[in-house]
Design a protein around this ligand. Structure first.
Ligand code: SAH
Length: 240
């Protein structure tokens, strides 16, 4: 099947220097259809048309590859919602080990179904809160890479994500045009939690004139034991 979704994906991916095989295209089509079906039942995401989904969800997720060379790392997508950016990254780089995390049960059920229908291997969907995982020995400082999009302000997000990253690993925050401002407010939190900003990449999305920023933070020291604080506190009283 070749529709508007496929055309936009092909063009957007090409602009990012990526090539999409027939199998990868088919996986994106499945993801799109399951999302559309879910949206008809109860609203899952606000973005709907094929072009919008192709660019604002799939292509936007792929932009992580501008700053990360994913091969077979253990990647956690924190607050993944309908699977962004984790699922597109897994489709493009099938050798990664992926953990999709969300605190909303409905979304995790959707993700489990999606994983099965696309046939993603080494991929798990977990219903949990970042704050709880950050305090558990099973997840604390285990991920090589943690990515997150549209979950919280950077200072709150740092407290949710950095505790999960191994020392030497990376935390990638996907942000819009306001990244510089957020970074100013988050500098102290990032430092306190053991992170160091390594690179900030600003660019425009292919096909839709919107600005994005990728903030790449390396975990350079262990996170002090008192972080993350209790569920809800990082967003309510972000570190400043
Ligand atoms: N990353 C997706 C979804 C963004 S919406 C995208 O960009 O499309 C934010 C999601 O983060 C919601 O699904 C919400 O349930 C989840 N979330 C918010 N706080 C969380 C926390 N502390 N732990 C785990 N998930 C969280």
């Amino acid at each position: 099947m070749s529709g508007l979704l496929e055309d936009c994906l092909e063009q957007g991916a090409r602009e990012l220097g990526l090539e999409l095989s027939r199998d990868k295209m088919a996986a994106f089509r499945i993801h799109y259809e399951i999302m559309a079906e879910e949206n008809r039942k109860h609203s899952l995401t606000s973005i709907m048309g094929e072009k919008e989904v192709a660019v604002k969800h799939f292509i936007d997720s792929m932009t992580c590859l501008k700053v990360l060379d994913l091969e077979k790392e253990y990647v956690v997508d924190l607050g993944t919602g309908a699977g962004f950016p984790g699922v597109p990254l897994k489709i493009i780089r099938p050798r990664i080990k992926l953990l999709l995390v969300d605190s909303a049960k409905k979304k995790v059920e959707f993700l489990a179904d999606l994983i099965k229908k696309i046939g993603l291997e080494k991929t798990e969907a977990r219903w949990d809160r970042a704050e709880r995982m950050g305090g558990s020995s099973e997840y604390r400082e285990k991920a090589e890479i943690v990515v997150s999009r549209a979950v919280a302000s950077l200072n709150a997000l740092a407290e949710l994500c950095l505790p999960l990253v191994k020392v030497g690993g990376m935390f990638l925050a996907m942000k819009g045009p306001g990244a510089e401002e957020e970074m100013k407010t988050a500098r102290k939190a990032i430092d306190l939690l053991g992170g160091t900003v390594e690179r900030v990449e600003r660019f425009r999305l292919p096909l839709i004139p919107e600005e994005r920023s990728l903030i790449l933070i390396r975990k350079t020291a262990p996170t002090p034991e008192r972080y993350p604080r209790r569920p809800g506190i990082p967003a309510k009283r972000p570190l400043v």
